[in-house]
Design a protein around this ligand. Structure first.
Ligand code: 2BA
Length: 108
């Protein structure tokens, strides 16, 4: 058995979760925050048999999108002390996926 840990963007999470549950996968949705953008995202935990890892990754690939985000970056200050910002473009994935071996699984 494997545990798929997938971080997706908040905008995609409902759609991804509905696609997973439609196909009969069990999923836990955890609210998370990316360390770089400090914006909310969603981390999904999906426990599956080894043979189902690829189909789940295909589903995640098909149902989550890459998007551009804009991150404020301080570039200096005006003579009267106001901070000046520029926005840098950051491309945020689709999904960031880890696949872990499950040593033990039980439901009580
Ligand atoms: P964040 O950490 O908020 O990162 C958002 C996006 O910012 C990243 O998109 C990437 O394009 C960029 N980014 C992150 N760190 C960077 C850096 N040090 N320098 C330049 N650009 C940087 P993604 O790579 O698609 O990641 C989306 C979210 O997935 C991340 O949000 C984080 O929550 C999670 N994630 C990505 N890689 C991870 C990893 N190795 N371990 C744990 N979580 C990860």
């Amino acid at each position: 058995m494997k545990l798929i840990v997938a971080t997706v963007q908040d905008q995609d999470s409902d759609y991804v979760v509905s696609k997973l549950t439609e196909k009969g996968y069990r999923v836990t949705q955890v609210g998370s925050t990316g360390g770089f953008l400090r914006q909310g995202n969603t981390t999904l935990l999906v426990g599956v048999d080894d043979r189902l890892v690829e189909p789940v990754i295909e589903l995640l690939t098909a149902s989550s999108q890459r998007r551009m985000r804009y991150m404020p970056m301080a570039t200096g200050t005006t003579p009267n002390g106001m901070t000046l910002y520029n926005y840098v473009e950051v491309e945020v994935g689709g999904a960031t996926i880890f696949v872990l071996d499950v040593e033990h699984f039980e439901q009580i």
